[in-house]
Design a protein around this ligand. Structure first.
Ligand code: CAP
Ligand code: MG
Length: 405
């Protein structure tokens, strides 16, 4: 079986050569420790990590570590992470180290369900072929009653969004019980669909303790949910897998990545988004936040996001391509630059950028759709706004600015 190759950037401690720093990493994550030991018998050596390469990279180095496939328990993602994203980050001989990517061999991908819907399946549910999907997040993040949540959802739906999601901190609090919220929202979305003919997905946030995630998914679906949302890094990758591989749940999964910036943001130390993107596709996420080219979050360089999105959409052991989600500080004036940078196989999500529209949520949703239509027709937003009042009002408020918020 082919081995797993992990790529890291790193800076060795001043008194350590790059080669010995890389070797320390390989040993720590396989058969070694900080000193020679007498208990490592010969046959164990087949599990030694191997430093495949060390080369200069920026103001540090790049190394590729080969982890013998046998060291991994097939299908056990927590154990996979404990190897290629474990103790190494604390090793004293490295002043900084960042996991950039993982090349996972087929037999270690095979145990996972992969996406049940993927991008094409989600497009079929909404009835699109090639344009970006427009999503919104119910705002304020928390506090609205189920009925008021549903009223906001209705406005976004008649304005033309394809997706409405809970925010990442809304789950099943007393002020907005999940079952009531789902029932109210789905009723209002049915009402909107009878007026517009357009199906809208509502991703209800079922994030909860691991042993209750299935029960919560069942509650959501029993009350009419047509999409589920999970905060993957706070709930765990297996929370997604538990839903994706359960045949009784036949709705797509929207994956939020809150907490990621604690690991992804520092360009010198932590874990880049790409390994997370590959793992989310393996466990069965249908769409995943990967950042914006011009939003509010201090994301990495755009080419890194493009590469992360490619990890979601390129051929990967037959797993369906999944939808990248661009979200955070977006508004109609940023749609053209997002599409120019990230393409049209994308979900463009705006919370403040829809609910903050001067004429309200429905107008904000219409403005986002108009901005997408303009970009798809190659017409500058300012030009298109001349006969699309909602877009004009959004540009008056926020401008058409490609730069980050
Ligand atoms: C966006 C958002 C999303 C962020 C997450 C928020 O709201 O709902 O959680 O996009 O960041 O809470 O900020 P706004 P990322 O549209 O009002 O900014 O997508 O990078 O994971
Ligand atoms: Mg949010």
């Amino acid at each position: 079986m082919a081995d797993l190759i992990a790529t890291y950037s790193f800076r060795p401690r001043a008194d350590t050569t790059p080669e010995s720093a890389a070797q320390a990493l390989a040993e720590e994550e396989t058969t070694g420790t900080w000193t020679e030991i007498s208990t490592t018998t010969g046959y164990v050596r087949r599990l030694d990590g191997v430093v495949e390469s060390v080369e200069p990279h920026g103001n540090g180095y790049l190394t590729r570590i080969r982890y013998p496939a046998e060291i991994f328990e097939p299908g056990n993602i927590p154990q996979y992470l404990s190897v290629f994203a474990g103790n190494l980050f604390g090793l004293g001989r490295l002043d900084a180290v960042r996991l950039l990517d993982i090349d996972v061999p087929g037999p270690l991908v095979a145990p996972f369900p992969g996406p049940r819907f993927g991008m094409e399946g989600v497009r079929r549910l909404v009835g699109t072929t090639d344009r970006p999907h427009v999503g919104t997040i119910i705002k304020p993040k928390v506090g609205l009653t189920p009925k008021d949540t549903a009223a906001v959802a209705y406005q976004a739906a008649i304005g033309g969004v394809d997706l409405i999601k809970d925010d990442e901190t809304l789950t099943d609090q007393a002020f907005c019980p999940l079952a009531d919220r789902v029932a109210e929202v789905m009723d209002r979305l049915d009402e909107a669909r009878s007026e517009t003919g357009h199906p809208v997905l509502y991703a209800v946030n079922i994030t909860t303790r691991a042993d209750r995630i299935r029960e919560r998914a069942r509650t959501a679906i029993e009350h009419g949910a047509n999409m589920l949302m999970i905060d993957v890094l706070t709930a765990g990758f297996d929370a997604i897998r538990a839903i994706a591989e359960d045949p009784s749940f036949r709705v797509p999964i929207h994956v939020h990545r809150t907490m990621h910036a604690a690991m992804t943001r520092n360009p010198e130390h932590g874990i880049a988004m790409r390994p997370f993107a590959r793992l989310v596709r393996m466990v069965g996420g249908d769409q995943l936040h990967t950042g914006t080219a011009s939003g509010k979050m201090g994301g990495g360089p755009v080419e890194e996001i493009v590469g992360d999105n490619r990890a979601l959409t390129s051929p990967f052991y037959g797993l369906r391509p999944i939808f990248p989600v661009s979200s955070g500080g977006l508004h109609p004036g940023k749609v053209a630059s997002e599409i120019a940078a990230l393409g049209t196989d994308i979900v463009l999500q705006a919370g403040g950028g829809i609910h903050g529209h001067p004429d309200g949520t429905a107008a904000g949703a219409r403005a986002m759709r108009q901005a997408v239509d303009a970009a798809m027709q190659g017409v500058p937003a300012e030009e298109y706004a001349k006969d699309h009042v909602e877009l004009a009002r959004a540009l008056e408020r926020w401008g058409a600015s490609p730069g980050r918020s």
